[in-house]
Write a protein that binds this ligand. Structure first.
Ligand SMILES: [Zn+2]
Length: 149
């Protein structure tokens, strides 16, 4: 049995349970406490008054007014595609530049034994997989935070 008076939250939970015809532990306290009973009645009165309120109506169409003020997305998409092409071209140029710059090192790597090459490729692949997994995990976390906002 509850020894204290019901909080606003407990009263709201009790009313919610009452509306759904479910039992609630607050009922034991309400049987003996007149002050909390009055609070519950005030809440019920307030709720019935809110339900009686007339729904607001506008003499203009709200949805067209709001939709007309939203920014148009199409212009941005074309620019994004152009930037994506530029980034791919830049990445290819940088890759070939690096290959040319490290050509002597690459020649040494290619002339090393097969076992060493396999070891390096496996290590690089494992590190790459870990980095991609980590990046994907962080992306998922950020998206979860964004969706819960
Ligand atoms: Zn009470």
């Amino acid at each position: 049995m509850m020894s204290h008076h019901l909080t606003d939250h407990e009263i709201q939970e009790y009313i919610s349970a009452l509306m759904q015809h479910e039992p609630h532990e607050a009922l034991k306290h309400l049987v003996t406490c007149e002050a909390c009973n009055k609070e519950v009645n005030d809440y019920l009165l307030l709720m019935s008054d809110i339900k009686k309120q007339e729904r607001p109506s506008f003499d203009f169409d709200v949805s067209t007014l709001v939709l007309s003020q939203l920014p148009i997305q199409k212009k941005g998409k074309v620019q994004e595609t152009i930037y994506a092409y530029y980034e791919v071209i830049l990445a290819i140029i940088v890759l070939f530049g690096l290959l040319y710059y490290y050509r002597k090192t690459l020649y040494l790597i290619c002339s090393a034994s097969l076992l060493i090459n396999l070891l390096m490729i496996t290590t690089a692949a494992l590190i790459m997989m870990f980095l991609i997994y980590d990046m994907h995990h962080r992306y998922q976390k950020k998206m979860m935070i964004l969706h819960n906002m």
